[in-house]
Design a protein around this ligand. Sequence first.
Ligand SMILES: [Zn+2]
Length: 398
Amino acid sequence: MKTTRLLCLLVILLLPVWTAQAVEQFNGLDRPDLPEVTLTEGDWGLQIVFFNVGQADALLLLTPDGEACLIDSGSDWQRGNWNDGKGAKAADQIADFLSSVEDNGVGALDHITLVYTTHYHADHMLGLDNLVTGQHALTIGTAYDQGAIRSTSPSYTRYAKAVAGSSTVARYGDKERLGKGGEVTIRCVAVAGDTEGTEYDSPLDPAREKHKNAGSIALLVTLGEFEFYTAGDQDRQRERDVVDSGAIPGGNDIDLLKVSHHGSTTATDPGFVEQIRPEVAVVSSTWHRKDRLPKQVALGTLQTHRCHVLITGDGTDEKTGEYTPGLSEDDLPVAISEKAVHNRQGQIRILVSADGTRYTVRSFPGIGWGVPPGAGAEVEAFRKTFSAVDEDNARDEQ
Ligand SMILES: [Zn+2]
């Protein structure tokens, strides 16, 4: 989607206090400052849902005719241990969303058409066996990953069992379509460091700990001119490789980026961001002070390119439940702190119009929470959510 096109980002991207300084800083630049709400629940061709799973990844693509694609399945990292976590909380969120989509004109879903697991770390794969077994018992179609590896880790063992019979090795250039009419395309633009034009002496090994993040499966999701790039915990070198390969046809102006590696310093390469110039970026992380992800350097890079940033995390310590927002005005450059939306307790949803020319961003406090149509109502509801969450946290801490 080109910047000359009128975008319809929600005004929820702007926090209530919008200082003259920030307005001045952004005026004159080719980023939209005041998005408009024009999409309603009945007028979308693709929903992208980022679940709040702590410092982990789980996101879902959904088409109006009920086809779903899960990209990573999160973990139970909030229980304090990556590998011992059961992934149940992440799975509950995903399953709850799928069972509630009938509110959007889609029947409740018990099947996920496509699954991508970007790499074999617990925070990206541990929710899956909770989805396909037990109370949820969802079925899955094709499950793309990097092939079977020799590993006795509990998280991989559980994952491998969950995808038995569905697993397909992802290759560079693979293209899938989502939706009955195939409107949404999902293209694999990198896997295990393999992109067009890259020639490494030895490929990245999905079983080697030091290679896992870098070799994450990278996907370009498109609907018409709408473009979304998501690549697990991909590293900077591989980010540059992807843009150098020419795999992102939108060139220097894509719509949506999932920030790799939860906003760590290992990703969000400045050269990569400069070339794709995302309009909206979502960080999947806790935003808790102790964990310190996303890192300021990653946010600063996004700020340089005037990107609207949303963070899934709710600032809660996942071990103690203590609530301490990780980023304050002092931590961040002022402009990005006012552009960053801290999505307490909920999901971030991007609704893309059926023709891919418009999209809107919604931040939800929880499953099934309805927003009345109309910009004013939505903004008001969002602000109420912030104050309601504050009261809840105050109560929790007593
Ligand atoms: Zn991760």
